[in-house]
Design a protein around this ligand. Structure first.
Ligand code: BDR
Ligand code: CA
Length: 317
């Protein structure tokens, strides 16, 4: 087998973040070299606590956690989304307090140090607001040429948002950071709502998680009902959208996806379009705002059943 891919997951756990973290940890193709934390679903204080606690629950406290920014680059933090993920970010189900602590360096410092120590080897997998990634790029201008790839969950190229008709939650929390990241000169794949709304786990799939006996699946079974109730109420869905795990699935099975490639800008205005990811017409788009920008691989379709079965098989291990 080839060497596992080294990834850093930048995360705001978060019910679906917890699923994605456990999915990655149980995938031998991936080597999770660190978690970096960010506000979004809950405060950075809470998401850092959760990241440490989730790793401890999984028996993987050897993986470092670096605490990230407490607020967006420019605007104020929009506040925890407790109606989606619970006040504790874990479906109000709680998680045993971690006995470990976050690293002494910040998330941005951790990302820079880790990427620069292994040039071309580290894939960044942000599944929350992009503040830490933008800060890391500011800290080290050579970061983008030394990162292997960025595979992020966020944005909506060709479909409505989920915070409002314009914006997806991760981008909405910090549009200025997102516009910096989408402007980076490195390979970028965007697993946004265009694809994550097409990857769904039904309540029958979730019952299979509840029947698993390992401690990671047992925790997911405790936190998922709150998230399921949110989807039932706001999306009339019999199950959940698979957001953050879809970024992990892309790393494992890129051939299960379809995509288009466009330069992407983010609306950083102060009106109703704020946070919308706007694809240009193509790589060489003749519009100043998009010109010269990286062609982002925007995932648009996926073999949902194949990916759900893959994730369920990994969570069962
Ligand atoms: C994204 O927002 C958060 O609620 C989820 O964790 C996911 O990262 C989906 O829009
Ligand atoms: Ca998330």
């Amino acid at each position: 087998m080839t060497e596992p891919r080294k990834i850093i997951i930048d995360t705001d756990p978060g019910v679906d973040d917890a699923m994605a973290i456990f999915y990655a940890l149980s995938s031998p193709e991936l080597d999770v070299v660190g978690l970096t934390t960010i506000f979004g679903n809950a405060t950075t204080e809470t998401t850092t606590y959760n990241a440490l606690a989730l790793l401890e629950l999984a028996g993987r406290s050897d993986i470092p956690v670096a605490r990230g920014a407490d607020r967006p680059l420019v605007a104020a933090y929009g506040g925890p989304v407790d109606f989606v993920h619970g006040a504790d970010g874990q479906g109000n189900a709680g998680i045993a307090a971690p006995t470990t602590s976050a690293a002494s360096e910040s998330a941005a410092e951790f990302i820079v140090r880790t990427v620069m120590a292994s040039p071309g080897e580290i894939t960044l997998v942000p599944v929350g607001p992009l503040t830490n990634i933008a800060l890391a790029m500011r800290l080290e201008s050579r970061l983008t040429e030394n990162v292997h790839e960025i595979v992020l969950m966020g944005g909506n190229g060709f479909c409505p948002g989920n915070v409002n008709p314009s914006a997806e939650a991760n981008i909405w929390h910090d549009p200025e950071a997102a516009d910096i990241v989408f402007g980076a000169a490195c390979p970028i794949t965007m697993a946004g709502l265009d694809v994550t709304h097409k990857v769904q786990m039904t309540n029958i799939d979730l019952a299979r998680i509840a029947a698993m006996t390992n401690p990671r699946a047992a925790h997911l079974a405790r936190i998922l009902p709150f998230y399921v109730a949110f989807h039932a109420k706001y999306d009339a869905l019999d199950g959940i959208y698979v957001h953050d795990s879809t970024a992990i699935s892309y790393l494992l099975a890129p051939d299960a996806f379809t995509w288009d490639e466009y330069a992407v800008r983010v609306d950083c205005g102060q009106s109703f379009g704020r946070g919308k990811t706007i694809p240009g017409e193509g790589v060489n788009v003749n519009e100043e705002a998009w010109a010269g920008r990286t062609a982002v691989r925007i995932l648009t379709g996926a073999d949902s059943r194949r990916l759900v079965e893959l994730e369920l098989s990994r969570l069962a291990e």
